[in-house]
Design a protein around this ligand. Structure first.
Ligand code: PAF
Length: 283
């Protein structure tokens, strides 16, 4: 990579845990558009899984992933072994102190420490100019932006909207775990986000009310809600009193059977992003 950098090539990097889907392809295509050299890493990072989570069974298909990368004309695929990333005696970790606490951080202790650590290592190894992340993992995206700033990494973070199925469900490697029945239920996830937006547009200002009605909507369908929150989109501080209609994040994590899924949309300076339903004027 050093040689390519010296030649003035712009390196775009898409870090992944493999089992690539249209969401990853969207990131790769964005990287292609904005860089000369595209690098994809595939590494199921053990340090971001808490005990009892799905590290062992996380879906993996290296052959298929490599085929997708070949089709997308990815220039380099980095597929490190766990021992290479975390040699014996490994003991250095990166933490973004406050942003890692709310939302997913409340329920997945150590998760964002694992993400921040592996992403820092990947940046040091790949040395990209640009790195591409999906907005489905909104908290992760903010944490990575913050660590880049705080640790002075020389990389620009590009965030890409969530790729969704036709019913609005956010694409995720974990959708693979869903049975046919569960997949049908999953379409209520984007509907709950749409419901929250409608309530806000209709003048509801109380975050607790939105939270409780949307949670009720999902739970009545048999979906277990881990959290449904309205937060400040920059600090992730939970909005408990009154919604700031120009700046808010609606984020959720649910369980459908044993499968944990997350989704979100957010409004910044009055503009909406990552919403499951197309807005007027969108392609
Ligand atoms: O979003 C992911 O797939 C992972 O958290 C990442 C950023 C590749 C780090 O392991």
């Amino acid at each position: 990579m050093e040689k390519l950098r010296k030649k003035g090539k712009k390196i775009g990097f898409v870090p992944t845990m493999g089992y690539l889907h249209e969401g990853h392809i969207k990131l790769i295509r964005e990287a292609r558009k904005k860089s000369d050299i595209v690098v994809v890493s595939i590494f199921v990072n053990p340090t971001q899984f808490s005990r009892g989570e799905d590290y062992e069974i996380y879906p993996r298909d290296e052959k298929r992933d490599l085929k997708i990368c070949r089709n997308e004309k990815v220039d380099y695929v980095f597929l490190p072994e766990v021992k290479e990333m975390y040699p014996d005696g490994y003991e250095t970790f990166v933490q973004v102190e406050e942003l890692q606490k709310p939302l997913c951080g409340m329920f997945r202790p150590g998760h964002f420490r694992g993400v921040a650590t592996v992403v820092s290592k990947l940046f040091n190894i790949v040395k990209p100019h640009l790195a591409f992340f999906g907005l489905k993992d909104y908290q992760q995206a903010l944490i990575i932006k913050k660590l880049v700033r705080d640790l002075s990494f020389d990389v620009k973070i590009e965030l890409v909207e969530t790729a969704r199925d036709s019913d609005g469900l956010a694409l995720s490697s974990r959708n693979e775990y869903l049975s046919e029945e569960e997949r049908k239920l999953a379409s209520f996830i984007p509907q709950a986000l749409i419901m929250a937006k409608k309530m806000i547009d209709n003048g509801e200002e109380n975050p607790q009310k939105i939270k409780s009605e949307c949670t009720k909507f999902l739970e009545e369908k048999g979906i277990k809600v881990q959290y449904f929150e309205l937060a400040n989109p920059d600090t992730l501080q939970i909005q408990t009193e009154k919604i700031d209609k120009k700046n808010y994040l609606v984020a959720l994590a649910v369980f459908i059977g044993k499968t944990r899924l997350i989704d979100n949309f957010f409004v910044k300076n009055g503009k909406i992003f990552n919403f499951p339903k197309k807005q007027k004027g969108e392609e």
